[in-house]
Ligand binder design. Sequence first.
Ligand code: 5GP
Length: 126
Amino acid sequence: MPVSGLSPYDDANIFARILRGEIPSRTVYEDEWALAFHDINPQAPTHVLVIPKARFVSFADFSARASEAEIAGFTRAVGKVAQMLGLEEPGYRLLANMGQDGGQEVPHFHVHIFGGRPLARMIATR
Ligand code: 5GP
């Protein structure tokens, strides 16, 4: 079920639990700013989620409230993960769903990295 990207942060959300180590995940990369792990329901041969370590509900929240160091650290982590996964030469797609119409289901800001094959059109038309 899509969620609002404007709600207060919910410490019980699934990615908060992954960050606290309460739920296992297949970690790809971790640093001071970000954690990257394989999506549990991959939509492409490579489908990795990158999340900031701090408590941000959505891209709207992150872009408004994160410090410049958090934004830089997170953005560099996304690029580093894609590079580590060998996706730079063939290419990849980034996606951040925000709120109800964006189809965001987990209320902790995350970026999807998709790759491993030529990807379909950018967005479904209906
Ligand atoms: P959203 O629709 O919020 O952008 O994407 C949430 C993503 O999180 C989905 O692609 C879903 O498969 C993934 N996901 C949901 N629960 C878990 C989980 O417990 N572990 C992992 N690794 N991924 C999850």
